[in-house]
Write a protein that binds this ligand. Sequence first.
Ligand code: 9MR
Length: 375
Amino acid sequence: MKALQFLTISGVFLTLTISCVQTEKMEKMTLRTAYADDFYIGAALGWGQILAEDSVESSLIKNEFSSLSPENAMKWMYVHPKPDTFNFEYTDKIVAMANRNDQFMIGHTLIWHNQTPEWVFKDGNDALIDSSALFGRMKHHINTIMGRYQGRIGGYDVVNEALNDDGTFRESMFYQIGGVDFIYKAFEYAAQADPEAELYYNDYSMNRAEKCDGAVRLAEALKSRGLRIDGIGMQGHWGLDRPTLEEIETSILKIRNAGLKVMITELDITVLPNPRNVEGADLSASFENNAEANPYKVGLPDSVQEALAQRYADLFKLFHKHRETITRVTFWGVHDGQSWKNNWPARGRTDYPLLFDRSLAPKPAYQAVLGVVGK
Ligand code: 9MR
Protein backbone atom coordinates (compact mmCIF):
# COMPACT_ATOMS: atom_id res chain seq x y z
CA MET A 1 0.00 0.00 0.00
CA LYS A 2 2.81 2.38 0.99
CA ALA A 3 4.68 1.45 -2.20
CA LEU A 4 1.58 2.18 -4.29
CA GLN A 5 1.12 5.55 -2.59
CA PHE A 6 4.76 6.37 -3.23
CA LEU A 7 4.43 5.40 -6.88
CA THR A 8 1.33 7.54 -7.28
CA ILE A 9 2.92 10.52 -5.55
CA SER A 10 6.10 10.25 -7.55
CA GLY A 11 4.02 9.77 -10.69
CA VAL A 12 2.18 13.02 -10.00
CA PHE A 13 5.49 14.70 -9.22
CA LEU A 14 6.99 13.42 -12.46
CA THR A 15 3.97 14.62 -14.48
CA LEU A 16 4.17 18.02 -12.83
CA THR A 17 7.88 18.24 -13.52
CA ILE A 18 7.44 17.28 -17.18
CA SER A 19 4.65 19.79 -17.71
CA CYS A 20 6.72 22.53 -16.01
CA VAL A 21 9.66 21.79 -18.27
CA GLN A 22 7.36 21.79 -21.29
CA THR A 23 5.79 25.11 -20.31
CA GLU A 24 9.21 26.58 -19.77
CA LYS A 25 10.31 25.28 -23.16
CA MET A 26 7.17 26.66 -24.81
CA GLU A 27 7.69 30.03 -23.15
CA LYS A 28 11.22 30.24 -24.46
CA MET A 29 10.35 29.31 -28.00
CA THR A 30 9.94 32.61 -29.81
CA LEU A 31 11.15 34.08 -33.07
CA ARG A 32 14.08 35.74 -31.35
CA THR A 33 15.21 32.63 -29.49
CA ALA A 34 14.63 30.27 -32.41
CA TYR A 35 16.86 32.38 -34.68
CA ALA A 36 19.28 33.60 -31.99
CA ASP A 37 22.26 31.85 -33.60
CA ASP A 38 21.37 32.99 -37.11
CA PHE A 39 20.29 36.63 -37.43
CA TYR A 40 18.32 39.31 -35.63
CA ILE A 41 14.55 39.19 -36.03
CA GLY A 42 13.25 42.73 -36.07
CA ALA A 43 9.98 44.62 -36.10
CA ALA A 44 9.01 48.16 -37.00
CA LEU A 45 7.02 49.88 -34.26
CA GLY A 46 4.25 52.41 -34.78
CA TRP A 47 3.52 55.36 -32.48
CA GLY A 48 1.35 53.51 -29.94
CA GLN A 49 3.76 50.61 -29.73
CA ILE A 50 6.62 53.01 -28.99
CA LEU A 51 4.53 54.50 -26.19
CA ALA A 52 3.96 50.94 -24.89
CA GLU A 53 0.22 51.60 -24.69
CA ASP A 54 -0.71 47.91 -24.56
CA SER A 55 1.22 45.81 -22.04
CA VAL A 56 0.41 42.49 -23.74
CA GLU A 57 1.75 43.83 -27.01
CA SER A 58 4.83 45.26 -25.28
CA SER A 59 5.68 41.83 -23.83
CA LEU A 60 5.19 40.23 -27.22
CA ILE A 61 7.56 42.78 -28.78
CA LYS A 62 10.12 42.06 -26.08
CA ASN A 63 9.86 38.28 -26.30
CA GLU A 64 9.60 37.80 -30.06
CA PHE A 65 12.00 40.35 -31.54
CA SER A 66 15.72 40.97 -31.14
CA SER A 67 15.80 44.22 -33.14
CA LEU A 68 13.58 47.32 -33.37
CA SER A 69 13.03 50.01 -36.01
CA PRO A 70 10.74 53.03 -35.75
CA GLU A 71 8.16 52.79 -38.55
CA ASN A 72 7.95 56.59 -38.88
CA ALA A 73 9.29 58.37 -35.80
CA MET A 74 12.84 59.00 -37.05
CA LYS A 75 11.86 60.29 -40.47
CA TRP A 76 13.00 63.85 -41.11
CA MET A 77 9.53 65.45 -40.98
CA TYR A 78 8.91 64.07 -37.48
CA VAL A 79 12.33 64.12 -35.88
CA HIS A 80 13.47 67.44 -37.38
CA PRO A 81 10.33 69.33 -38.41
CA LYS A 82 11.91 72.83 -38.49
CA PRO A 83 15.49 74.01 -39.08
CA ASP A 84 16.26 74.38 -35.38
CA THR A 85 13.65 72.05 -33.92
CA PHE A 86 14.31 68.42 -33.20
CA ASN A 87 11.65 66.22 -31.66
CA PHE A 88 13.27 63.27 -29.94
CA GLU A 89 10.37 62.19 -27.74
CA TYR A 90 9.52 59.00 -29.66
CA THR A 91 13.06 58.13 -30.66
CA ASP A 92 14.21 58.42 -27.04
CA LYS A 93 11.43 56.03 -26.04
CA ILE A 94 12.08 53.36 -28.64
CA VAL A 95 15.83 53.52 -28.03
CA ALA A 96 15.24 53.10 -24.29
CA MET A 97 12.93 50.18 -25.00
CA ALA A 98 15.51 48.48 -27.19
CA ASN A 99 18.11 48.99 -24.46
CA ARG A 100 15.85 47.52 -21.78
CA ASN A 101 14.93 44.56 -23.98
CA ASP A 102 18.46 43.96 -25.27
CA GLN A 103 17.39 44.56 -28.88
CA PHE A 104 19.55 45.82 -31.75
CA MET A 105 18.28 49.29 -32.58
CA ILE A 106 17.99 50.53 -36.17
CA GLY A 107 17.88 54.19 -37.14
CA HIS A 108 15.37 54.38 -39.99
CA THR A 109 16.14 56.57 -41.85
CA LEU A 110 18.53 59.53 -42.19
CA ILE A 111 18.14 60.63 -45.82
CA TRP A 112 15.01 59.80 -47.82
CA HIS A 113 13.16 61.75 -50.53
CA ASN A 114 9.86 60.95 -48.82
CA GLN A 115 8.62 62.41 -45.52
CA THR A 116 11.21 65.19 -45.70
CA PRO A 117 9.89 68.74 -45.18
CA GLU A 118 10.05 71.24 -48.04
CA TRP A 119 12.17 73.71 -46.05
CA VAL A 120 15.13 71.34 -46.29
CA PHE A 121 15.50 72.28 -49.95
CA LYS A 122 14.54 75.96 -49.85
CA ASP A 123 15.80 79.30 -48.64
CA GLY A 124 13.80 82.10 -47.00
CA ASN A 125 12.54 83.27 -50.40
CA ASP A 126 11.20 79.86 -51.34
CA ALA A 127 14.00 79.37 -53.87
CA LEU A 128 15.97 76.13 -54.10
CA ILE A 129 19.24 76.18 -52.17
CA ASP A 130 22.54 75.07 -53.68
CA SER A 131 24.38 71.83 -53.02
CA SER A 132 26.72 73.16 -50.34
CA ALA A 133 23.78 74.57 -48.35
CA LEU A 134 21.94 71.26 -48.71
CA PHE A 135 24.98 69.29 -47.57
CA GLY A 136 25.30 71.62 -44.58
CA ARG A 137 21.71 70.87 -43.57
CA MET A 138 22.25 67.14 -44.05
CA LYS A 139 25.37 67.26 -41.88
CA HIS A 140 23.55 69.09 -39.11
CA HIS A 141 20.69 66.55 -39.28
CA ILE A 142 22.95 63.51 -39.27
CA ASN A 143 25.32 64.82 -36.58
CA THR A 144 22.53 65.80 -34.24
CA ILE A 145 20.74 62.46 -34.46
CA MET A 146 23.72 60.13 -34.52
CA GLY A 147 25.55 62.13 -31.85
CA ARG A 148 22.61 61.85 -29.48
CA TYR A 149 22.25 58.07 -29.87
CA GLN A 150 25.91 57.10 -30.11
CA GLY A 151 26.37 53.60 -28.72
CA ARG A 152 22.62 53.01 -28.52
CA ILE A 153 21.58 52.82 -32.18
CA GLY A 154 23.54 49.99 -33.75
CA GLY A 155 22.83 50.56 -37.44
CA TYR A 156 21.36 53.24 -39.71
CA ASP A 157 19.58 53.27 -43.04
CA VAL A 158 21.78 56.19 -44.07
CA VAL A 159 20.18 56.61 -47.49
CA ASN A 160 16.83 55.11 -48.40
CA GLU A 161 15.39 54.45 -51.87
CA ALA A 162 17.74 56.60 -53.97
CA LEU A 163 17.51 54.34 -57.04
CA ASN A 164 14.96 53.73 -59.76
CA ASP A 165 14.03 50.15 -60.62
CA ASP A 166 16.44 50.20 -63.57
CA GLY A 167 19.36 51.05 -61.27
CA THR A 168 19.65 54.72 -62.29
CA PHE A 169 19.42 57.51 -59.72
CA ARG A 170 15.99 58.71 -58.65
CA GLU A 171 15.35 62.36 -59.55
CA SER A 172 14.62 63.35 -55.96
CA MET A 173 15.11 66.85 -54.61
CA PHE A 174 18.30 65.62 -52.95
CA TYR A 175 19.56 64.39 -56.32
CA GLN A 176 18.41 67.44 -58.26
CA ILE A 177 20.30 69.75 -55.93
CA GLY A 178 23.26 67.61 -54.89
CA GLY A 179 23.68 65.03 -57.67
CA VAL A 180 25.04 61.67 -56.61
CA ASP A 181 27.31 63.50 -54.15
CA PHE A 182 24.37 63.72 -51.75
CA ILE A 183 24.76 59.98 -51.17
CA TYR A 184 28.53 60.16 -50.72
CA LYS A 185 28.13 63.07 -48.32
CA ALA A 186 25.48 61.25 -46.28
CA PHE A 187 27.78 58.26 -45.75
CA GLU A 188 30.76 60.50 -45.02
CA TYR A 189 28.88 62.48 -42.34
CA ALA A 190 27.37 59.31 -40.85
CA ALA A 191 30.75 57.58 -40.49
CA GLN A 192 32.15 60.67 -38.79
CA ALA A 193 29.17 61.14 -36.49
CA ASP A 194 29.25 57.61 -35.07
CA PRO A 195 32.24 55.50 -36.12
CA GLU A 196 30.79 52.46 -34.31
CA ALA A 197 27.37 52.36 -35.98
CA GLU A 198 26.77 50.18 -39.03
CA LEU A 199 25.84 52.10 -42.17
CA TYR A 200 23.37 50.76 -44.73
CA TYR A 201 21.79 51.57 -48.06
CA ASN A 202 18.14 50.38 -48.08
CA ASP A 203 15.74 49.96 -51.02
CA TYR A 204 12.78 48.00 -52.38
CA SER A 205 12.58 45.74 -55.48
CA MET A 206 16.16 44.70 -54.85
CA ASN A 207 15.23 41.33 -56.35
CA ARG A 208 15.31 43.09 -59.75
CA ALA A 209 18.70 42.46 -61.31
CA GLU A 210 19.19 46.00 -62.62
CA LYS A 211 18.27 47.62 -59.33
CA CYS A 212 20.46 45.30 -57.28
CA ASP A 213 23.34 45.92 -59.67
CA GLY A 214 22.79 49.67 -59.23
CA ALA A 215 22.97 49.34 -55.45
CA VAL A 216 26.13 47.26 -55.63
CA ARG A 217 27.68 49.82 -58.03
CA LEU A 218 26.78 52.54 -55.56
CA ALA A 219 28.42 50.63 -52.69
CA GLU A 220 31.53 50.16 -54.80
CA ALA A 221 31.61 53.86 -55.67
CA LEU A 222 31.40 54.67 -51.96
CA LYS A 223 34.23 52.30 -51.13
CA SER A 224 36.41 53.57 -53.96
CA ARG A 225 36.11 57.04 -52.39
CA GLY A 226 37.32 55.64 -49.08
CA LEU A 227 33.83 55.80 -47.56
CA ARG A 228 32.29 53.11 -45.40
CA ILE A 229 29.13 51.13 -46.13
CA ASP A 230 28.49 47.95 -44.15
CA GLY A 231 25.46 46.46 -45.76
CA ILE A 232 22.50 46.67 -48.08
CA GLY A 233 18.91 46.29 -46.93
CA MET A 234 16.53 44.48 -49.28
CA GLN A 235 13.03 45.63 -48.38
CA GLY A 236 10.70 42.64 -48.45
CA HIS A 237 7.36 44.11 -49.54
CA TRP A 238 6.51 40.96 -51.43
CA GLY A 239 3.57 38.80 -52.49
CA LEU A 240 2.57 35.15 -52.27
CA ASP A 241 4.37 34.22 -55.45
CA ARG A 242 6.47 37.18 -56.43
CA PRO A 243 9.37 37.67 -56.48
CA THR A 244 10.68 34.14 -56.93
CA LEU A 245 13.05 32.59 -54.43
CA GLU A 246 15.66 32.39 -57.19
CA GLU A 247 15.48 36.14 -57.81
CA ILE A 248 15.85 36.87 -54.11
CA GLU A 249 18.74 34.43 -53.75
CA THR A 250 20.56 35.88 -56.76
CA SER A 251 20.44 39.34 -55.17
CA ILE A 252 21.57 38.05 -51.76
CA LEU A 253 24.59 36.48 -53.45
CA LYS A 254 25.43 39.58 -55.50
CA ILE A 255 25.45 41.72 -52.36
CA ARG A 256 27.45 39.16 -50.43
CA ASN A 257 29.99 38.86 -53.25
CA ALA A 258 30.51 42.61 -53.06
CA GLY A 259 31.66 42.07 -49.46
CA LEU A 260 28.54 43.52 -47.85
CA LYS A 261 26.12 42.30 -45.22
CA VAL A 262 22.56 41.62 -46.34
CA MET A 263 19.50 42.57 -44.35
CA ILE A 264 15.96 41.64 -45.26
CA THR A 265 14.23 44.79 -44.12
CA GLU A 266 10.56 45.73 -44.15
CA LEU A 267 9.25 42.20 -44.66
CA ASP A 268 5.50 41.75 -45.27
CA ILE A 269 3.67 39.44 -47.67
CA THR A 270 0.45 40.79 -49.15
CA VAL A 271 -2.32 38.26 -49.86
CA LEU A 272 -4.46 40.77 -51.77
CA PRO A 273 -4.82 41.19 -55.54
CA ASN A 274 -3.13 44.11 -57.22
CA PRO A 275 -5.88 46.76 -57.28
CA ARG A 276 -4.43 48.20 -60.47
CA ASN A 277 -5.92 45.20 -62.23
CA VAL A 278 -9.40 46.04 -60.97
CA GLU A 279 -11.46 47.62 -63.70
CA GLY A 280 -11.91 51.34 -63.28
CA ALA A 281 -9.58 51.38 -60.27
CA ASP A 282 -9.31 54.85 -58.78
CA LEU A 283 -6.56 54.46 -56.22
CA SER A 284 -7.50 57.66 -54.43
CA ALA A 285 -10.86 56.12 -53.41
CA SER A 286 -11.43 53.67 -50.55
CA PHE A 287 -11.60 50.04 -51.63
CA GLU A 288 -13.26 48.79 -48.46
CA ASN A 289 -16.45 47.68 -50.16
CA ASN A 290 -14.96 46.50 -53.42
CA ALA A 291 -15.28 42.71 -53.17
CA GLU A 292 -12.88 42.08 -56.04
CA ALA A 293 -10.10 44.27 -54.67
CA ASN A 294 -10.82 43.56 -50.98
CA PRO A 295 -11.84 39.89 -50.93
CA TYR A 296 -11.00 38.98 -47.31
CA LYS A 297 -12.75 41.76 -45.44
CA VAL A 298 -14.37 39.37 -42.96
CA GLY A 299 -11.59 36.81 -42.67
CA LEU A 300 -8.88 34.88 -44.45
CA PRO A 301 -9.87 31.51 -46.00
CA ASP A 302 -7.84 28.53 -44.72
CA SER A 303 -6.37 27.92 -48.16
CA VAL A 304 -4.85 31.44 -48.30
CA GLN A 305 -3.71 31.17 -44.68
CA GLU A 306 -1.86 28.00 -45.65
CA ALA A 307 -0.38 29.57 -48.77
CA LEU A 308 0.92 32.44 -46.63
CA ALA A 309 2.45 30.00 -44.12
CA GLN A 310 4.10 28.09 -46.95
CA ARG A 311 5.48 31.29 -48.48
CA TYR A 312 6.96 32.35 -45.14
CA ALA A 313 8.45 28.87 -44.65
CA ASP A 314 10.06 28.99 -48.10
CA LEU A 315 11.47 32.47 -47.50
CA PHE A 316 12.88 31.62 -44.09
CA LYS A 317 14.44 28.42 -45.46
CA LEU A 318 16.26 30.62 -47.95
CA PHE A 319 17.25 33.18 -45.29
CA HIS A 320 18.45 30.41 -42.99
CA LYS A 321 20.52 28.89 -45.80
CA HIS A 322 22.25 32.29 -46.11
CA ARG A 323 22.56 32.95 -42.39
CA GLU A 324 26.29 33.65 -42.74
CA THR A 325 25.42 36.62 -44.95
CA ILE A 326 22.08 37.80 -43.60
CA THR A 327 22.42 39.67 -40.32
CA ARG A 328 18.80 40.71 -39.77
CA VAL A 329 15.26 40.02 -40.95
CA THR A 330 12.89 42.82 -39.95
CA PHE A 331 9.10 42.65 -40.29
CA TRP A 332 7.42 45.91 -41.26
CA GLY A 333 5.07 45.91 -38.29
CA VAL A 334 4.10 43.54 -35.51
CA HIS A 335 0.52 42.54 -36.38
CA ASP A 336 -1.80 42.63 -39.42
CA GLY A 337 -3.99 45.41 -38.04
CA GLN A 338 -1.20 48.00 -38.07
CA SER A 339 0.27 47.20 -41.48
CA TRP A 340 0.61 49.96 -44.06
CA LYS A 341 -0.51 47.32 -46.57
CA ASN A 342 -4.11 47.83 -45.41
CA ASN A 343 -3.93 51.23 -47.09
CA TRP A 344 -1.50 50.78 -49.96
CA PRO A 345 -1.63 50.62 -52.94
CA ALA A 346 -5.35 51.08 -52.26
CA ARG A 347 -7.00 52.46 -49.15
CA GLY A 348 -9.43 50.70 -46.85
CA ARG A 349 -8.54 47.07 -47.53
CA THR A 350 -8.03 44.21 -45.08
CA ASP A 351 -4.64 42.57 -45.61
CA TYR A 352 -2.89 39.80 -43.64
CA PRO A 353 0.83 40.30 -44.32
CA LEU A 354 2.51 39.60 -40.95
CA LEU A 355 2.95 36.72 -38.47
CA PHE A 356 0.54 37.96 -35.78
CA ASP A 357 -3.16 38.58 -36.40
CA ARG A 358 -5.24 41.58 -35.37
CA SER A 359 -5.68 40.22 -31.85
CA LEU A 360 -1.92 39.52 -31.58
CA ALA A 361 -2.37 35.75 -31.87
CA PRO A 362 0.37 33.93 -33.79
CA LYS A 363 -0.80 32.76 -37.20
CA PRO A 364 0.05 29.47 -38.97
CA ALA A 365 2.78 31.48 -40.74
CA TYR A 366 4.39 32.07 -37.33
CA GLN A 367 4.54 28.32 -36.66
CA ALA A 368 5.89 27.82 -40.17
CA VAL A 369 8.76 30.25 -39.51
CA LEU A 370 9.65 28.45 -36.27
CA GLY A 371 9.30 25.13 -38.08
CA VAL A 372 12.14 26.02 -40.46
CA VAL A 373 14.63 25.75 -37.59
CA GLY A 374 12.79 22.78 -36.10
CA LYS A 375 11.30 24.70 -33.18
O1 9MR B 1 5.02 52.15 -42.95
C1 9MR B 1 5.23 53.50 -43.25
C2 9MR B 1 3.91 54.24 -43.34
O2 9MR B 1 3.28 54.29 -42.07
C3 9MR B 1 4.11 55.64 -43.89
O3 9MR B 1 2.85 56.25 -44.10
C4 9MR B 1 4.89 55.56 -45.19
C5 9MR B 1 5.13 56.94 -45.78
O4 9MR B 1 5.71 56.82 -47.04
O5 9MR B 1 6.13 54.93 -44.96
C6 9MR B 1 5.97 53.61 -44.57
O6 9MR B 1 7.22 52.96 -44.44
C7 9MR B 1 8.02 52.92 -45.62
C8 9MR B 1 9.47 52.87 -45.18
O7 9MR B 1 9.75 53.93 -44.32
C9 9MR B 1 10.41 52.91 -46.38
N1 9MR B 1 10.09 51.88 -47.33
C10 9MR B 1 8.70 51.77 -47.73
C11 9MR B 1 7.80 51.69 -46.49
C12 9MR B 1 6.36 51.47 -46.89
O8 9MR B 1 5.89 52.59 -47.59
